[in-house]
Design a protein around this ligand. Structure first.
Ligand code: ADP
Length: 473
């Protein structure tokens, strides 16, 4: 089972298109809307209850006052009766006063008389008959006025002012607390939601990490096992596992087919190629046209045999069936041998060797195959007669062999892909020079099969350097 652990980066955490961020933001937004709605509704209700209670009180005083004045004025004068009724209904929060039709203060609460508070109210002119909330001198007053007619006499206007500042302050303080609690609750809720969503999505993330490194080699070995995952995710993992197994089987079948077909075709084609070459050699009475046709057929047959051999090699390597006859090889001796093998090439091969002997463990023939392939490519993809260099050196505990050419070079975007099977940078050019697109994938397979590594550095129109590293023997 593959178990991969990683901590998400801030960029990943804030990725706006991720399901986690979307769900968190969506649920948090809905929570804020819901909580905000409740707070607004509560505040509206509280304010209504507060104002309505005081309005009822004010209306009650307004209704009762004329009959109180009438009762009191049966015993004393109308003015004294009015004052008595005012004194009876006044309290520190409720201020009353009566203005004569001429606008003079006829009677008022003791608090007003003594000028203790509310004196600014008396000078107000636009007080409506309906109780209304007004802010005067930083205090909240519920104000209303009515016509005062007692025993058929118009005494002027009766005014009521109720101080509800304390209640209003209490209301604001409750609202402030409610708002702060709501904000804190929303923050905690959002954090809890984010954590919960992240926990719920962890199995999906693990599944994606398990599958992202799958390649053709590991296709059949991957086991997607998720513990404590929700049943839906387990189902998805099961489906993916089945798909991977089917893919692996199909890949295996395809590999087998390529291997079998290559094997079956190689032998007869080798025979055909042999006959063609011997006919060419012995055919003294052939016309030029016949000779040219036979030469083309022979070279194509040879190329196809090479292609089939490459395919067989790759199939064997992938099945673990490639056999390496490992021995200690002195590279200082092997490289001149290879240079000797290619002396008839149109481009000279120059070698540079260190004084110390550099030994590696490898298969001599396979190593030759690797370097011949790279030199062959250097020749194929060079237009100038600049030599190809084979440089041997030691780097740390490794043998380093560089194959450098001054050819057409490889664009940066293609450099990671040239080791793939059948990948060719310029299809037309590669076909002209007779490439199959398998050479470098075989080189890589062989080098890695013998415990080495290969990399490429190249610049278009400047040249290419293939660097191979092998552990020292
Ligand atoms: P091919 O048989 O086509 O040469 P290879 O696998 O050997 O296939 O190489 C893959 C591709 O990489 C080639 O088609 C060519 O475009 C590019 N390539 C390989 N070696 C070189 C080189 N030395 N210089 C420039 N391009 C190269």
């Amino acid at each position: 089972m593959l178990l991969i652990k990683s901590s998400p980066s801030v960029k990943q955490l804030l990725h706006l298109t991720s399901l986690r961020v979307r769900l968190t933001l969506g649920i948090a937004a809905m929570s804020i809307l819901g909580l905000g709605g409740v707070v607004i509704w509560i505040s509206w209700q509280m304010q209504s209850i507060l104002v309505v209670t005081h309005k009822n009180n004010t209306s009650y005083i307004a209704e009762r006052f004329p009959s109180d004045v009438e009762i009191y004025s049966d015993m004393v004068s109308l003015r004294e009766g009015t004052q008595k009724a005012i004194d009876n209904l006044s309290n520190p929060q409720t201020l009353l006063w009566v203005k004569s039709p001429q606008g003079d203060i006829w009677s008022q609460s003791q608090v007003l008389k003594m000028g203790m508070r509310g004196n600014d109210l008396v000078s107000l002119t636009d007080i409506s008959p309906q109780p209304e909330l007004q802010r005067v001198n930083n205090r909240y007053w519920l104000l209303c006025s009515t016509k005062l007619v007692v025993k058929g006499v118009n005494l002027g206007n009766f005014y009521i002012a109720q101080d509800i500042t304390r209640d209003q302050m209490m209301f604001w303080s409750v609202m402030r607390s409610l708002l702060i609690i709501s904000v804190i609750a929303t923050i905690f809720m959002t954090m809890a939601i984010a954590w919960y969503i992240q926990t719920s999505l962890t199995p999906l993330k693990r599944m994606s990490q398990m599958t992202q490194d799958i390649c053709t080699e590991t296709l059949g070995k991957v086991q997607i096992e998720l513990e404590n995952a929700p049943s839906e995710v387990k189902e998805l993992a099961g489906t993916l596992q089945t798909t991977l197994t089917r893919l692996s089987d199909a890949w295996e079948d395809q590999r087998q087919l390529v291997s079998n077909v290559s094997h079956e075709l190689r032998t007869p084609l080798t025979v055909v190629s042999g006959y063609l070459q011997s006919t060419l050699r012995r055919g003294n009475n052939l016309t030029d046209i016949q000779r040219e046709a036979l030469a083309t057929a022979s070279s194509e047959a040879e190329r196809t045999v090479q292609l089939l051999q490459d395919l067989l090699d790759l199939a064997r390597a992938e099945n673990g069936g490639m056999y390496f006859h490992l021995e200690t090889i002195v590279l200082n001796e092997l490289l001149p041998e290879i240079a000797g093998m290619v002396h008839q090439y149109p481009i000279p091969v120059q070698i540079s060797l260190p004084d110390d002997l550099i030994k590696v463990k490898g298969d001599k023939n396979r190593l030759k195959q690797v370097f011949l392939n790279l030199i062959d490519n250097g020749v194929k993809y060079s237009h100038s007669p600049e030599p190809i260099f084979l440089k041997l050196s030691q780097e740390k505990q490794q043998a380093k062999i560089e194959v450098c050419d001054r050819g057409v070079g490889i664009p940066l975007a293609d450099q990671t892909r040239i080791f793939e099977r059948f990948y060719r940078v310029d299809e037309a050019r590669s076909r002209n020079v007779g490439g199959t697109g398998l050479g470098l994938s075989i080189v890589k397979t062989l080098v890695e099969g013998m415990g080495g590594t290969i990399k490429v550095v190249s610049q278009p129109d400047q040249g290419t350097i293939f660097t191979i590293l092998f552990p020292l023997s």
